[in-house]
Structures are given as structure tokens and as C-alpha cells.
Design a protein around this ligand. Structure first.
Ligand SMILES: Cc1cc2nc3c(=O)[nH]c(=O)nc-3n(C[C@H](O)[C@H](O)[C@H](O)COP(=O)(O)OP(=O)(O)OC[C@H]3O[C@@H](n4cnc5c(N)ncnc54)[C@H](O)[C@@H]3O)c2cc1C
Length: 519
């Protein structure tokens, strides 16, 4: 008997007991224990809804081959006369686009406004120590983009957009833990991501690609509906294929496109707060077994509730995590979250956000296509002011928020620049705070303790996705009116997370290659 797939459930405490697993497999396959020679775990997920938590395992029994990386990036160096393509932005979309270009024999010329990882780490620490935001190098900008100091959760709903497995295998090839290939909810962790990003950059350079840091693109060279190159760092870079993967926070790029008459449109996004609890409380709420009776990972949650015809939902939940300052400009406060690979912090945090629709930004003055972005920016500026102007974040206990009173006392959170107790209804637009109120009351009922005194709200979570969409042709993936310009990744509105951004990068690079071979 070879290569049979089977699914079994194993009680959490017995995950490493081979004899028990062998027995379960034999039972599921109606064969003798002795016929089970070996197995590989293909998928592993935890079901902790009952008093006895179970791991559900999909296994390949008696595999005929060693597990390997079948789809991971693999390419030899580029030839000296390889054609060029420009990639703007070195986040997940730009990185995976570059790897795919190389695989197709095209030399990526990557232009990245921020610094390389080592310097970028210092710049990020500057936010904590000196309370200064470098607009070129921060939690969103720099080598690896917003992915580098992200949480590194790798689950995605975009399974139809490409080969998710190939993205995960490529991350493993560059140093991620192979467990991400089998976990139902794979996670890398902020401490591990930077070294993976550096290895990808080194591989791109070793193959003959170019990566230029501190090189912000500030103009596009356009002629007769075609792109001929870009201007960056005082130089012209020529190229008839330009992948624009600048992320959701590159406001100057959106302004540039609007100014140059390159069609873009305002896009709905979500805005709200980050909610934080002691991790222990979330474990108690989510796990039904007696505390400490099983060794389980820190619990997470995923919440959705309609409140007066609008979705309110949790976003980017980080068990054992830290609330991070994710602004890209002085004069704004923006929060996000991450956790280390072990997820062993004291707190659990999550975005808690409300969908923002076109009717919400209609009154904002400014160009139509930038109104959602201007709305977002305005809320971030109010958060900065209400935080006291030193990058402290405005915060309130959930209980005080629901009782409509400011939190007077000091609040215990993981946000290192510190929080300023305030009334978050002064920061958030009314249609958002009212719906957050409604959703918190609901979740407080079905998750005892969630809306209790230990819960804290920290503002504002505003960079959930891009407030702008850059249109593109469904077939060629080029901008409908600018030949050779490939809007890509989260900033253009085609991804929402690391994996989907990577998939979109791969898709755009493949289209660059297709367009070249059709010439
Ligand atoms: C704290 C935090 C935690 C997160 N956690 C997760 C998570 O757990 N899982 C998940 O899937 N996602 C997470 N995300 C979101 C994820 O990082 C993004 O969805 C993803 O990075 C988007 O990829 P991208 O390549 O499209 O854009 P980005 O990663 O935003 O990259 C864009 C790049 O373009 C560069 N750029 C911008 N303008 C210019 C210019 N004019 N010239 C040159 N370069 C420019 C930027 O510096 C940046 O490096 C998190 C984000 C943050 C900030």
C-alpha cells in the first residue's frame, strides 16, 4: 500500500505518539498496523471547540517519495543581454515579481524608496526612541515592504489567483520553517521575516537583477499612452515594462498618477481601532478545555458582525503580539500588529474595523479619486492630535468606550510609544464608532470577558487596504490607458496580504514576459 491519503483526528496531548497515530491510520484505512510503514503530514489544523481539543491531520501514508519543494523558485543567472523590466517597490509583490522575471529570463531593475533591512531596523527603532517617523523608511517602506516587520500570517482566501503552494515553498527555500507548508494557518513571525527578505534580495542580485535602495520614484515618463521609464533619485530609468508595486501607503504615487491624468479611482477600505486583551483571557474565551490541561498555541479569533448594514470585523489578529506604529509620515498615528514566531507575548491584539464606503467620503474636498485616501489621512491626523502629538496613540478601555466616558487612568498596552487615555469617539467618525460600539456589545455577550475591563482600544487602524484602485486590463494586466504599466499588489487594489501580493507580483511578471514574446 503506497501513497494513500487519509484524515484522522488526534487528541492534542497525543500529537507525538507514533503508536497511537499508526493505530488511527490503520483504523481509517481498515488495514493492519504493520502495513503502516511511514507517513507525512500534509495538513494540520487545531479544533478546540470541545473540552478535548483535537488536531485534524491529513496524512500521506507510506509515501513513495521524500517530501520536497516542487514549485519553489528555481532559476539560473541571467544572460548579459537579458531584457530589463522596472519594478517599483520591493514588498512581497515586487520581490515575487522580480523572482518570476528572472525565471523568465528578464532582468528586474528594482527601485525601492526605503533602506535595506539593517538600516530600516534602526529607522523603525527611531519611532520608539526619538518619536520620529522617517517618511522613506518605516514599518511600511523599505526592503521587504510592509511584509518585513509584519506578523507573517500566510493564510489567504486568494487561492484562485495562483499557486499559493509555490509562494510558501519559495519562502521555505529562503529560510522559512517548512511547517508553513502543512499548517492550516501558517505564520512566520516578525523576528524571522527580515532574514528571509535579505536572502531573496541576495538571490536576485546573484542572478543578475538590480536592487536599488533609497531610490524613490517621483515621476513616470509617459508618451502617447505608453510608459518609457521613470524618474527616481535624480536619474532617468528607461524601461517599457514597469511593474508598479508601491503598496497601500504610497500616497505620493497616488497623487502623481492623479496629477498626470493616469486614471485611478477611490476605493472602499476599512477603518477602526486595534483591540487588545491579555492573551490569557482570549485563551480562556476560545478554548473550552480546562486551562493548562493541554499544551495549545495562543488562541486567536476571527470575528464578523453586520451592524446597521455595514460589516464590522476583526482584522490581522496577532496572538501573543505587539501593537506597532505603522504611520508613514510625521503628524499621523496609525497602528497595526505583529507577533514573534513563538507568539509568546503577554497580549493578544487585532484590528477591529468598519467598512468605509463612497458615501462616507463624498464631502471631503479634493480630487474625486483621492477622496478615500484624504478621508483616511484626516482620521490619522486627528489620532495624532488626540494622542498628544508625540506619536502616543489615543486609547480607551472598552468598558469606558461603551459607557461613553474617557479613560482617566493609565492603560496597560503593548504599544511602545505609549498611549494617551482619551475618548475615541473624538477620533473616529460617528458612523464608525457607533458600529464598533454595536459590535463590541454583541461580542461581549457571546465571548464573556471580551468587552470587559481588561480590553483596550487603541487608535487608529486605518491601513487595512488601499484607499485607491489603479485599473488594469483583466487580460494583459496593463493599465487600460498606459501600455507597459502594470499596477500590482496591494497598493493597486489587487491584493490584501503577503501571499496575495506575492501571487499578484508573479502574475504581473508573467504578463510582462507574455507581452515580450508576443512582440
Ligand atoms: C505591522 C504589519 C503587520 C502585518 N501583518 C500581516 C500578516 O500577518 N499577514 C499578511 O498577509 N499581511 C500582513 N500585513 C500586510 C502586508 O504586509 C501587506 O499586505 C503586503 O506587504 C503588501 O505587499 P505589497 O508588495 O503589495 O506592498 P508593500 O509591502 O506595501 O510594499 C510596497 C513597497 O513599495 C515601496 N515604495 C512606495 N512608494 C515608492 C516609490 N515612490 N518609489 C519606490 N518605492 C516605493 C515601499 O517602500 C514598499 O517597500 C501586515 C502589515 C503590517 C504593516
Amino acid at each position: 500500500m503506497q501513497d494513500r491519503e487519509v484524515e484522522i483526528s488526534v487528541e492534542a496531548g497525543f500529537l507525538h505518539e507514533e503508536a497511537r497515530i499508526r493505530r488511527s491510520i490503520a483504523k481509517a484505512l481498515a488495514c493492519k498496523d504493520s502495513e503502516i510503514l511511514s507517513w507525512q503530514i500534509v495538513r494540520k489544523s487545531l479544533d478546540a471547540r470541545s473540552r478535548v481539543p483535537l488536531y485534524r491531520l491529513r496524512l500521506l501514508v507510506n509515501p513513495s517519495a521524500e517530501p520536497g519543494l516542487h514549485f519553489a523558485y528555481n532559476a539560473s543567472g541571467l544572460s548579459a543581454n537579458a531584457p530589463n523590466a522596472i519594478v517599483i517597490g520591493f514588498g512581497p509583490a515586487g520581490m515575487f515579481a522580480a523572482l518570476e522575471l528572472i525565471r523568465n529570463g528578464i532582468r528586474p531593475i528594482i527601485l525601492e524608496r526605503g533602506s535595506e533591512v539593517r538600516q530600516r531596523r534602526r529607522d523603525v527603532v527611531g519611532i520608539y526612541r526619538e518619536r520620529k517617523v522617517d517618511p522613506e523608511s518605516n514599518y511600511c517602506f523599505g526592503e521587504g515592504g510592509a511584509g518585513t516587520f509584519s506578523d507573517g500570517k500566510l493564510y489567504t482566501r486568494s487561492t484562485k489567483r495562483g499557486n499559493v503552494r509555490s509562494v510558501l515553498e519559495t519562502l521555505v527555500r529562503f529560510g522559512a520553517d517548512p511547517d508553513i507548508l502543512i499548517e492550516a494557518r501558517p505564520h512566520i513571525g516578525t523576528n524571522k521575516l527580515p532574514e528571509i527578505v535579505v536572502r531573496i534580495r541576495e538571490a536576485i542580485r546573484a542572478a543578475g537583477g538590480e536592487v536599488h535602495f533609497n531610490t524613490r520614484v517621483d515621476d513616470l515618463i509617459l508618451q502617447d499612452g505608453e510608459i518609457l521609464g521613470v524618474r527616481a533619485a535624480g536619474s532617468e530609468w528607461q524601461g517599457r515594462a514597469v511593474i508598479l508595486a508601491t503598496g497601500h501607503s504610497a500616497r505620493d504615487i497616488f497623487e502623481l498618477l492623479e496629477r498626470k491624468g493616469v486614471e485611478i479611482e477611490a476605493k472602499p477600505f476599512a477603518l477602526g481601532v486595534r483591540v487588545e486583551h491579555p492573551q490569557e483571557l482570549i485563551n480562556r474565551i476560545q478554548y473550552k478545555c480546562a486551562p493548562g490541561s493541554y499544551e495549545l498555541p495562543p488562541a486567536s479569533y476571527n470575528l464578523v458582525r453586520q451592524v446597521r448594514d455595514r460589516g464590522v470585523f476583526s482584522f490581522c489578529m496577532c496572538p501573543g503580539g505587539i501593537i506597532a506604529p505603522a504611520m508613514t509620515n510625521p503628524g499621523e498615528v496609525v497602528v497595526n500588529g505583529w507577533s514573534p514566531s513563538k507568539r509568546n507575548g503577554q497580549f493578544a491584539n487585532s484590528g477591529f474595523v468598519v467598512q468605509v464606503e463612497p458615501s462616507d467620503w463624498q464631502q471631503i474636498p479634493g480630487p474625486e479619486a483621492l477622496k478615500a485616501m484624504l478621508f483616511q489621512q484626516r482620521v490619522e491626523q486627528v489620532a495624532f492630535e488626540q494622542g498628544g502629538g508625540d506619536l502616543s496613540a489615543p486609547a480607551q478601555s472598552i468598558r469606558d468606550f461603551l459607557h461613553r466616558r474617557s479613560s482617566g487612568k493609565a492603560l496597560n498596552t503593548s504599544y511602545i510609544p505609549g498611549v494617551r487615555p482619551t475618548d475615541l469617539r473624538q477620533v473616529l467618525p460617528g458612523f464608525i464608532s457607533d458600529r464598533i460600539d454595536g459590535a463590541l456589545r454583541y461580542f461581549g455577550k457571546i465571548m464573556p470577558g471580551y468587552a470587559g475591563p481588561e480590553g483596550i482600544l487603541v487608535g487608529v487602524e486605518s491601513r487595512t487596504s488601499s484607499p485607491v484602485k489603479i485599473p488594469r486590463d483583466r487580460e494583459s494586466l496593463e493599465h487600460p490607458f498606459v501600455k507597459g504599466l502594470y499596477p500590482c499588489g496591494e497598493g493597486a487594489g489587487y491584493a490584501g496580504g503577503i501571499v496575495s501580493a506575492a501571487l499578484d507580483g508573479i502574475a504581473c511578471a508573467a504578463k510582462v514576459q507574455e507581452s515580450r514574446s508576443n512582440r
